[in-house]
Design a protein around this ligand. Structure first.
Ligand SMILES: Cc1cc2nc3c(=O)[nH]c(=O)nc-3n(C[C@H](O)[C@H](O)[C@H](O)COP(=O)(O)OP(=O)(O)OC[C@H]3O[C@@H](n4cnc5c(N)ncnc54)[C@H](O)[C@@H]3O)c2cc1C
Length: 399
């Protein structure tokens, strides 16, 4: 069969690849093929908690998360209102030192126009009566933050991309990927497709794909877990998502009066094809202990299900978005360090803008500067994953 020709192949139908395809088609970049050997949101996206917050570490991230939030609000209002809820987000601590770091974050976040303020124990007790705050040392609250249903949002993007003319190929086994000086060639099932540009948005699988193309990136896939629980009925709904900085446990409202809880990062690299998808005992024990000490009103909550997903870390916790140096027509959209849902919409807009303008897109390239893959020279080794929700922050003068 003769090879088909498209302008851009996007690998991966997680929230990032679907959002990018939607935006590429919206800018008339085409034809675009969006390929995934599984189904949309089969990777980390379908396992994510969907917390979207502007309590972030640098102005680039805040701008991107805000653009995502605005887009998710708009798309959900149009296609699936239950997929997006503004409920606010609280980070809190019972330790003086961590409280100081939270306090320091307030002027920094405000400088980036984040609506954030300190919160006291009585306010938090009213908002989240299942938790105890009698030992609270510090808390910051961003009332405009939200929760999304990541799989629903991905479906909206995938359907939107399809209706804008993107050719989607889901569930067909991967065949091969190769390139010559001008063209990327991919076979999937019985199709052979050639493209001038290839965007790898394959989440935890991106590391292997880049390595196989001879352009390894310092990515480290790691596991992280979450669970849905059914607490006794009652209390305000929806309540703000809460993150206990000391225990590194977060809880957000889920549908049908349930709650979704998760903890931090597993600090070892895993192979996404060999990683267990179930929640393990250590995680469930940590949740039970955390609920016992911090969220006593949820201590009797019934476990509905627990699971793990594989995220992808980078040495500086910033994603890799943009052209791969020395590889004509090869681009990355990965390495989200556990925050890909909140970044996907905004970062896809920026990458689509850059790809739409093509060579010479200086302003569009600048909009990606902090996350361009070129910041690490070829051959930089991956480093072990590190905790996601860290407290330090501030714009890095190097960018
Ligand atoms: C428990 C948990 C909680 C989380 N909570 C949050 C949160 O609250 N907020 C937040 O912002 N983020 C959160 N995340 C992180 C978030 O899930 C990820 O950062 C985000 O989903 C990454 O999206 P992605 O599209 O880059 O990758 P993925 O969703 O992993 O998608 C990659 C896709 O690539 C496909 N693929 C694999 N191989 C190939 C190939 N050869 N060719 C083409 N496609 C291929 C896979 O099938 C998959 O569908 C959480 C993650 C987990 C696991």
């Amino acid at each position: 069969m003769a090879a088909e020709r498209v302008d851009t192949i996007v690998l991966g139908a997680g929230i990032a690849g679907c959002a990018l395809s939607y935006h590429l088609a919206g800018r008339g970049v085409g034809p675009v093929l969006l390929y995934d050997p599984r189904t949309p949101a089969a990777g980390a996206t379908g396992r994510a908690a969907g917390v979207v917050t502007e309590q972030l570490w640098n102005s680039w991230d805040v701008d991107v998360a805000r653009a995502s939030k605005n887009e998710y609000a708009e798309l959900a209002a149009r296609w699936n209102p239950s997929a997006y809820t503004v409920n606010g987000f609280v980070r809190f601590t019972a330790h003086r030192e961590a409280a100081r770091v939270l306090e320091d974050a307030i002027p920094r976040l405000r400088q980036w126009n984040v609506d954030v303020r300190p919160a006291g124990a009585s306010e938090l007790s009213r908002a989240v009566p299942w938790a105890r705050f009698d030992d609270l040392e510090g808390a910051i609250f961003s009332p405009g933050d939200a929760v999304v249903t990541p799989s629903a949002m991905t479906e909206i993007y995938a359907e939107g991309a399809r209706s804008r003319g993107v050719d989607v190929e889901f569930g067909t086994p991967f065949g091969s990927l190769s390139h010559d000086a001008e063209t990327w060639e991919m076979t999937v099932g019985r199709r052979t497709v050639r493209a001038a540009r290839l965007v790898v948005a394959a989440g935890a699988w991106s590391k292997r794909i880049f390595a196989s193309l001879g352009h390894p990136l310092p990515l480290a896939p790691y596991r992280t877990q979450a669970a849905v629980l059914r607490p006794p009925p009652g209390g305000p709904a929806p309540f703000p998502s809460v993150h206990d900085v000391d225990l590194d446990v977060y809880v957000r409202p889920e549908d049908q009066g349930r709650i979704l809880a998760g903890d931090g990062t597993e600090l070892i690299e895993v192979d996404p094809d060999r990683s267990s998808g179930g929640g393990d005992e250590k995680f469930l024990t940590h949740l039970a202990e955390s609920f016992g000490t911090r969220f006593p009103g949820w201590a009797e909550a019934e476990l509905v299900r627990a699971w793990a997903g594989v995220c992808t870390s980078t040495p500086d916790r910033r994603p890799f978005v943009g052209p791969i140096p020395g590889a004509r027509g090869l681009f990355a959209l990965t390495g989200f360090n556990g925050f890909g849902v909140m970044r996907a919409g905004g970062v896809a807009q920026r990458l689509a803008e850059y790809l739409a303008v093509g060579e010479g897109a200086t302003a569009e390239r600048d909009a990606l500067r902090p996350v361009l893959p070129e910041r690490f020279p070829a051959g930089t080794p991956a480093v072990a994953p590190r905790p996601g929700f860290t407290l330090e922050g501030g714009d890095d003068p190097r960018f």
